[in-house]
Write a protein that binds this ligand. Structure first.
Ligand SMILES: [Zn+2]
Ligand SMILES: [Zn+2]
Length: 237
């Protein structure tokens, strides 16, 4: 049996790289002067002299779901790296290799937090931070479906994750010393000013040993209870 494909046609544009969306003029109807009007929710006749759609009412727009490639990647790689030892472990999720489990609230899910914990244990990382969310499979997924259908649904769920297809989580052998969130925030704000980056504060139930790094931001993960302290530190109270 051949392995299920890990690249699939984009469902948002049927592989065309663009799609036809209603033109803005269909919010106002066939009228020249619409300035100041409250727009309708669409579905009005197109403005016949519209320079965008030439009176057709629809315009071609690039598909952002596939970033104009017409295809999406149906795989997800989880990597955990130990910053103290350099040990790295990865897990590649592809259709047919997801081993979903039933969740009472969400339906069939792929337990990504459990995969991260396994990887962390394999490289000796103490993980106390927020785990990735479980990957929820489409409602139509069932273990009783034919394999082709199951794999297609799994591919769709994986493709929906393809904006960050490789998640790298960093950790250390022991839990880090607790940090003063207010002092850390002030420090990060100074750093962000120098580097022209944004500061993002996200809240988790527990402190965090794993940090995600994006290109255009510095991030502080704090506990919800730290909010008043953080606001005070920024003189926002
Ligand atoms: Zn138009
Ligand atoms: Zn597309």
């Amino acid at each position: 049996m051949t392995a299920p494909p890990t690249v699939v046609v984009c469902a948002g544009c049927d592989g065309m790289t663009f799609r036809f969306d209603p033109c803005r003029c269909t919010h106002y109807g066939d009228r020249f002067l619409a300035d100041g009007d409250r727009p309708s929710s669409g579905g009005q006749p197109a403005y016949r002299d519209c320079e965008l759609c030439r009176g057709v009412g629809r315009i071609a727009t690039p598909c952002h779901e596939c970033r104009r490639s017409g295809r999406r990647r149906a795989e997800l790689v989880l990597t955990v790296a130990n910053l103290d030892t350099g040990a790295v472990a990865s897990h590649r999720l592809t259709p047919g290799r997801l081993d979903p489990r039933r969740d009472r609230a969400l339906g069939w899910v792929v337990d990504l937090p459990a995969r991260v914990r396994d990887l962390a244990a394999a490289v000796g990382v103490a993980v106390t931070g927020p785990d990735p969310l479980p990957l929820v499979l489409p409602r139509a997924w069932s273990p009783d479906l034919p394999a082709d259908r199951r794999h297609a649904l799994e591919a769709r769920a994986l493709a929906d994750q393809d904006r960050v297809p490789w998640r790298v989580l960093l950790g250390r052998c022991t839990e880090p010393e607790p940090v003063d969130p207010a002092a850390r925030l002030v420090e990060l704000c100074s750093l962000a000013d120098l580097l022209l980056l944004e500061v993002t504060v996200s809240f988790a139930r527990a402190g965090c040993a794993l940090h995600r790094h994006d290109d255009d931001e510095v991030r502080l993960v704090a506990r919800a209870g730290d909010l008043p302290t953080l606001l005070t530190a920024l003189h926002l109270t």
